[in-house]
Design a protein around this ligand. Sequence first.
Ligand code: MG
Length: 275
Amino acid sequence: MKTFVSISLLLITVSVYGQKEAYPEPPPMTHEMTEFWTPQPEIVHPGKIDKAGFVSPPSDAVVLFDGKDLLQWEKAPDKSVLVKGKDMSKFKSTEGADTQWVVKNGVLTVNKQAGDIQTKQVFGDFQLHIEWRIPEGIQGESQLRGNSGVFLQGIYEVQILDSYNNVTYANGQAGSIYKQTAPLVNAMNPPGEWNRYDIIYTAPTFRSNGAYRTHPTVTILHNGILVQNHTRITGTTPYIGLPQVMEHGKGPVRLQAHADESAPISFRNIWIREL
Ligand code: MG
């Protein structure tokens, strides 16, 4: 009898305790509950397309080259400062030296003897638009034909090359992260026609020991076609050697003057939106 009473009391206690802890039924969801109205996204006016198919920069872009001058650019420091150490103050040139690249008829052409150029301004995460053209009748093969490049934050090279009927190592053709990741497809226009890159880049973050906390990542459209899809960049992009991890902050957009015999390539319509 005693045992029966005890068990009954226990069951009643559990039952009461359970009722006490039960949460009330939430009110039914309405559509307003999952909508937020502020802040509203800023308005950006897209570029306009002219009859020749040229698309002007969006209204909030920093225009890096609009066909007139190279006021936003300077001669880049020697790349050896990159591999020697982590002193990024050397990496960001403050010389403001003349690029000696050629601006003519709204187009910027590489001066191979003058070396790389870079933006005076530095950037973190960004969306970059850049158009480039391999000259018609270009000679040379593999890496020695229309080679240039866009260095993201001055460090990570997105390859520029004449990859139209020109075989080279896959992770060194146009649209590759140089010596790391081949493009998903070859979206190349022939020499004489403009190519365009739209590059969405997320800068890395670093641990206190200089290793990546989060890797840099990049998405690239080549002529509107996806060639890199949120690709993880593993480090620097040297010609010889493995990628190295180097701690860095914001960096410039750097364009490559590649030392080879082929005719120099040209650029136009370069703009960037910092994210
Ligand atoms: Mg290159």
